[in-house]
Design a protein around this ligand. Structure first.
Ligand code: ATP
Length: 213
């Protein structure tokens, strides 16, 4: 059964770092990967682009292929976007047997024990840790280290519960730097898909950062 993997984030805006990581995970796991934009990310300032704007950019970025898809379920839900709720909802959709993989960066994985109901994540899904070679050590410590000991696996087998490392090509691209470039009046081409620049309206919220208010 082909795994389903998800990569959550604010995607404010989506960029080639996200897309390449998702693509490499899709190839490594032979999975469908869904990008899941967050509506109200806990512990973060509100995104520059509203949900509709971020979705429009994602649609433009994903056009022309069907291995990476978009899942807007967090945008349809009220309140904060807890990953555990998203996984429960996906599990209900796909049934008990299909492997489900939560993709997280190695840095995020090291902080997993601060996530809402973090141990329950493993009842719904495997965790795929996106590991950037040379990206420094993000070894889990404390309760997380104990919890994941014995769960590490070479490949995804069964519906949920394991930790799998997925080596990805490091691309030093961050949405923060893209927003900063727009705020400085720049044009950060080739950090995000060309398609995102083709419709003027898509990047307008970011360009507005560079305009006097
Ligand atoms: P910001 O700069 O606004 O914090 P970001 O570029 O890190 O944003 P997010 O939307 O927070 O993007 O990221 C969503 C997911 O994509 C996270 O799991 C994050 O680790 C991963 N990710 C972001 N940038 C990269 C990258 N360059 N390479 C690999 N994974 C990335």
């Amino acid at each position: 059964m082909r795994p389903l993997a998800i990569l959550g984030g604010t995607f404010d805006p989506v960029h080639h770092g996200h897309l390449r990581a998702a693509w490499e995970a899709a190839e490594a796991l032979d999975a469908e990967v869904r990008l899941v934009p967050a509506r109200t990310p806990p512990h973060r300032p509100p995104p520059v682009a509203d949900a509709a704007g971020r979705v429009a950019l994602l649609r433009a970025a994903l056009a022309g292929q069907n291995r990476l898809t978009l899942d807007t379920r967090e945008l349809d839900r009220d309140g904060p976007s807890y990953t555990v709720d998203t996984l429960a909802s996906l599990r209900a959709d796909i049934g008990p047997d299909r492997p489900l993989v939560l993709l997280v960066g190695a840095d995020a994985f090291a902080g997993l024990a601060s996530w809402h109901l973090w141990q329950d994540l493993f009842t719904f899904a495997h965790v795929g840790v996106l590991t950037r070679p040379g990206g420094g050590s993000h070894e889990p410590t404390g309760p997380l280290a104990n919890f994941v000991a014995g769960r590490r696996a070479e490949r995804v087998r069964g519906p949920a519960g394991a930790v799998v490392h997925i080596a990805i090509t490091p691309l030093d691209i961050a949405a923060t730097a893209i927003r900063e470039s727009f705020a400085a009046g720049g044009e950060p081409r080739f950090l995000l898909p060309t398609a995102c620049f083709e419709d003027e309206a898509l990047l307008a919220p970011y360009r507005a950062l560079g305009q006097p208010s």
